[in-house]
Design a protein around this ligand. Structure first.
Ligand code: THU
Length: 138
């Protein structure tokens, strides 16, 4: 019997869209929300929070990972990142790296209602990860 949790992509997408509604994005006006299922069965969310000093802006995925850890969960099982209209947004390169550490290469990322989810390994091939560090440890 499979122990795999069923992923309710539509519910995850709706949660991400709700989070996008709370984004603080006066500079780009791109309101982004992220939602993920965790290994505990909980759903964590995040939204982008911009800053007048543009480089300090936080992506939605940053808030998501912070919510993951602060809520006591450790692993992301599935992630949806959308804009306010509910359409999926390709996670930026930095956030692909961030998601990798907490979800692993097989983490499925929502492709929207008309597309299959795509794995992080496909979104971030040849990624730098913890094995690169341990391999170089003296
Ligand atoms: N943004 C995210 O929240 N996540 C991404 O993966 C891509 C970009 C945000 C950052 C910024 O507030 C706005 O989208 C425009 O780049």
């Amino acid at each position: 019997m499979s122990t795999e949790k069923t992923i309710e992509w539509e519910a995850l997408r709706r949660a991400a869209q709700r989070a996008a509604g709370n984004a603080y994005a006066p500079w780009s006006r791109l309101h982004v929300g992220a939602a993920a299922l965790t290994e505990l069965g909980s759903v964590v969310t995040g939204c982008n929070v911009e800053n007048a000093s543009f480089g300090l802006s936080l992506c939605a995925e940053c808030g998501l990972v912070s919510a993951l850890r602060s809520g006591g969960a450790e692993r992301l099982l599935a992630v949806s990142v959308v804009t306010e209209d509910g359409r999926p947004l390709a996670p930026c390169g930095r956030c692909r790296q961030l998601l990798l550490e907490h979800g692993g290469p097989q983490l499925p990322v929502d492709g929207g209602p008309d597309s299959q989810p795509i794995s992080l390994a496909e979104l971030l091939p040849g990624a730098f990860d913890a094995s690169e560090l341990s391999r170089r440890q003296p």
